[in-house]
Design a protein around this ligand. Structure first.
Ligand code: HEM
Ligand SMILES: *[C@@H]1O[C@H](CO)[C@@H](O)[C@H](O)[C@H]1NC(C)=O
Ligand SMILES: *[C@@H]1O[C@H](CO)[C@@H](O)[C@H](O)[C@H]1NC(C)=O
Ligand SMILES: *[C@@H]1O[C@H](CO)[C@@H](O)[C@H](O)[C@H]1NC(C)=O
Length: 334
């Protein structure tokens, strides 16, 4: 009889401990060692095949990963589809066409995993592993990806408001947005190096090349190389009627993960205003110069910053689930 309250208080203590446990403490590279030992190979095989057939996949996945982690944590909330009752993160007004090939690579890897180890590997872990693998395929650095993320139980378009950087943001705004996630100025610069691959739609930089600052139709941002501006004006001439027109983020080596992005910035070949601004501001310029001169330094620092991104707001225990399908919450599937 005397033991009853003791048991109850022990249970309460355990509950308190569970709540207090830091969410990231459980991530480990060995998380699936017993439950899905081939997880890395399975993800790698699937996304490699996809990247070979569709070379836009890698940059797409990299951008998805960044958006997922910066909005409410690395929890695959960005992969959820909207339904009649909920407008999901990926359908927010400023989703500026999140890349479909990235989604598809994750869905395929998840499908392969469900055959080998059903219900075990979270979509958030698949996205983190796939991104690492694809960066490597493009020639970028290898970095460690610890595992054990749970998938989000919610995804709302509203959640992205104020959490993602925009191409028109000033360096002040970029610095404070990254600082809110505890990233330094140097980490802002090194992560922006992801724009060494992929592309941007003309709408994202049109104000730099057409009627800049209220000028004539062909007035361009003076920070941009004139030849580059002319080439972009030509490429984007019809972008209002055809909003799918896009330009490579790194005009020199568009498909290669290297430090060319920084070299471009020093020559006025940055595509987005937010890219070029990093080479102009005295707080960020020294890091642009460092990475332009030293690819090893870029790779080392990028790896470390990506590991840091990859553990943002990770959900553990009952704060999340392992989704069966990456685009639907489990309670909506049968
Ligand atoms: C620093 C502030 C950043 C801004 C303002 C920014 C903005 C943008 C914009 C506007 C696009 C073009 C979207 C489109 O037109 O479809 C883009 C593309 C991209 N961004 Fe960023 N981004 C930033 C940081 C990052 C970071 C930190 C990463 C990853 C670590 C990243 C990865 C990418 C990739 C890979 C693409 C190309 C996507 C593709 O080709 O499908 N960006 N970004
Ligand atoms: C972005 O949002 C629009 C509007 O809701 C939607 O049509 C589009 O499919 C979304 N993009 C992705 C990749 O989900
Ligand atoms: C950037 O700013 C310009 C000028 O204020 C505006 O016309 C343009 O729509 C903005 N572009 C984006 C992508 O927000
Ligand atoms: C480049 O950076 C790496 C890593 O920080 C450093 O070890 C190396 O000495 C640097 N190389 C040069 C030429 O400065």
């Amino acid at each position: 009889m005397a033991s009853y309250p003791l048991v109850a208080s022990f249970a309460a203590l355990v509950a308190v401990l569970l709540l207090a446990a830091p969410a990231t403490a459980k991530l480990t590279t060995l998380y699936y060692q017993k439950t899905c030992p081939n997880v890395e190979k399975i993800v790698s095989d699937v996304v490699t095949t996809k990247q070979i057939s569709t070379p836009t996949t890698a940059a797409g996945a990299l951008r998805l990963f960044f958006h997922d982690c910066f909005v409410g944590g690395c929890d695959a909330s960005v992969l959820v589809s909207s339904n009649a009752f909920n407008r999901a993160e990926r359908d927010a007004d400023d989703n500026v066409s999140l890349p479909g090939d990235g989604f598809d690579a994750i869905v395929r890897a998840k499908t392969a995993l469900e055959l080998q180890c059903p219900g075990v590997v979270s979509c958030a872990d698949v996205l983190a592993l796939a991104t690492r693998e694809l960066v490597l395929m493009l020639g970028g650095p290898f970095y460690r990806v610890r595992l054990g993320r749970k998938d989000a139980l919610t995804s709302t378009a509203a959640s992205i408001t104020g959490n993602l950087p925009g191409p028109n943001m000033t360096v002040d705004q970029l610095i404070s947005l990254f600082a809110r996630r505890h990233f330094t100025v140097q980490e802002l610069v090194v992560l922006s190096g992801a724009h060494t691959v992929g592309f941007s739609h003309c709408s994202q930089f049109a104000s730099r090349i057409f009627g800049y600052n209220g000028g004539a139709r062909d007035a361009h941002d003076p920070a941009m190389s004139p030849q580059f501006a002319q080439a972009l004006q030509k490429a984007c001439a019809n972008y209002v009627n055809n909003p799918t027109i896009a330009a490579f983020n790194d005009v020199m080596t568009p498909g290669k993960f290297d430090n060319m992005y920084y070299q471009n910035l020093l020559r006025g070949l940055g595509l987005l205003a937010s890219d070029q601004a990093l080479a102009l501001d005295p707080r960020t310029r020294p890091f642009v110069q460092l990475y332009a001169a030293n690819q090893t330094a870029f790779f080392n620092d990028f790896s470390r910053a990506m590991e840091k991104v990859s553990v943002l707001g990770v959900k553990a225990g009952r704060k999340g689930e392992v989704r069966r399908r990456c685009d639907v919450f489990n309670n909506l599937t049968t």
